[in-house]
Each structure stands twice: as C-alpha cells, then as structure tokens.
Design a binder for this molecule. Structure first.
Ligand code: MF3
Ligand code: CO
Ligand code: CO
Length: 256
C-alpha cells in the first residue's frame, strides 16, 4: 500500500493557491453556462481562464483525456467530454469539474449548474448531493478515520431515497492528480486510514436518482453514465486536514 503524503507548509501553500484558482474558475464560468451553448464552448473559456492565471488544466492529456475540464450533463455521472455537439437545453443539470496545476500543485473541484426550469426532483438530487458532501467534510479532523466520510454521506443520501456511486471515489491530491488515499463515498463506520494534519484530498460524491451502477461509453472510453439513464449529480472540494479540523481549499465563496 502506498503511503498518504503529509504535505509540508510550503506544499500546502502551493496547493492552497492552485485550489483557489480552480474554485475561481467555477465562479468565472457561471455566467456563460446557459441554454444554447455547447459544452466545448465552456471548455474553451475554462482553458483560457486557467492559462491566463498562470496555470494549466490537469485533465488535458491525462491518460489520454482530450479536454481541459469534464462536463457531465444529466445522466452522465462523471468524465463527460466537452463537445460541440452537446448543446445545453432548458431543464438540463450539469457538473463542471476543473483541476488546475499551478506551480506544480493540483487543485480539484466541481459543482452543479442548472439550465432554465429544472424539475423539482432534479433540484432535490442536487441539494441532497451538496449536503451529503458537506456531511462528509464535517467528518474531517485529526484522529478520525476516512471510512467515516463515506459512512456519513451514504447514511444521509440513502435516507433521502437516492443512491451513492461506488465505482468512482475521492482521492489524495496536491503534488499529484490522484494520490493515496482512495476516499470512498459509501463505506463502513470506523474503517480506513486515520486522518493526520497536512493530508490533502478530495471529497466528491456522485449521487444517482435511481440505481447506483454506471457504465462507460464504449466509443469514447471516458463518459460514465447511469445504468438506468436516470439523473446523477456531483460536488467536489479539495480539503486540507488542519490541527483542529479542516480547511476547504477550493472554497472561494466563504461558505465554509
Ligand atoms: N477531476 C476528476 C476528479 O475529480 C478527474 C478527471 S480525470 C479525466 O478526479 F481524465 F477524466 F479528466
Ligand atoms: Co477529484
Ligand atoms: Co475533479
């Protein structure tokens, strides 16, 4: 088993700056997310914004991934590839996932957007997903175990009648894109590694309206969709374990 990296103060400062930029990118793109635009247009805007701020998009070329962000619409669970053929329409829900590399350090965050009038069921899915992530974040403090993150998320999400995707997970992040540990969003209480100050990782639950299973597109080899083609939602933050709890490094709204 590979070890979880405890970051130095210098590394933490670098990850903090990169994470802030990733968060700002999601704020920046909001005004362009509307009916009639293609997800490729949003990808180009995001790519330019990241570069203008002295960073590069981590996804571009990562394991052959072809774009500068992931945009996952409706039944797409994650890794949706921006395309000129994907035009946003009234009622759509979408996740935009941005990962920046600034001075060698990674920040990774995603959030949901809605187009026009969205069904109450879709809005509820989005709210439950965000609250589920927040319950996971609240588990972060030195001495706690990583399994309690997924336990908190799944207990709540299941009580609301939705399902937790188990095939994709959060991850250590900061000096590499995907580091140890794997952060499950459905897990058993008091299991997993112990949390130590200086660890940085993501919490990024994908929550499905229907069944939890996913299937990867046979043609593009990336796009993961729900097996039942019902809706999926996701939020993601990069988190630092501090001496007393957590710092949400990708938050730029002052929410945490
Ligand atoms: N940003 C995604 C995550 O949260 C990873 C995307 S990898 C890609 O881990 F290759 F699909 F872009
Ligand atoms: Co991530
Ligand atoms: Co991400």
């Amino acid at each position: 088993m590979k070890k979880i990296i405890i970051k130095t103060p210098e590394q933490i400062e670098g990850i903090r700056k990169s994470s802030k930029l990733a968060g700002q990118t999601l704020e920046y793109i909001a005004e362009f997310v509307k009916e009639g635009v293609s997800t490729e247009y949003l990808n180009e805007k995001i790519d330019a914004y990241i570069r203008q701020n002295g960073a590069i998009p981590a996804t571009l070329g990562y394991s052959g991934y072809p774009k500068s962000c992931c945009i996952s619409v409706n039944e797409v669970v994650c890794h949706g590839i921006p395309s000129e053929n994907t035009i946003l329409k009234n009622g759509d829900i979408l996740n935009i996932d941005v990962t920046t590399i600034l001075n060698g350090y990674y920040g990774d965050t995603s959030k949901m957007f809605t187009i026009g009038e969205v069904s109450p069921r879709a809005l509820e899915l989005i709210e439950v997903t965000k609250h589920g992530m927040n319950l996971g974040i609240q588990q972060v403090k030195p001495g706690n175990q990583f399994g309690n993150i997924g336990f908190a998320i799944s207990k709540y999400v299941k009580s609301k009648g939705f399902s937790v995707v188990y095939e994709y997970c959060g991850h250590g992040v900061g000096v590499e894109f995907h580091e140890e540990p794997q952060v499950d969003h459905t897990s058993r209480r008091n299991t997993g590694s112990f949390m130590v100050p200086g660890m940085t990782f993501t919490i990024e639950p994908m929550i499905n309206e229907g069944r939890p299973g996913t299937i990867v597109d046979k043609v593009d080899k990336w796009t993961a969709r729900t097996v039942d083609k019902k809706l999926s939602a996701q939020f993601e933050h990069t988190i630092l374990i501090t001496e007393t709890g957590y710092e949400v490094l990708t938050d730029v709204t002052g929410e945490y």
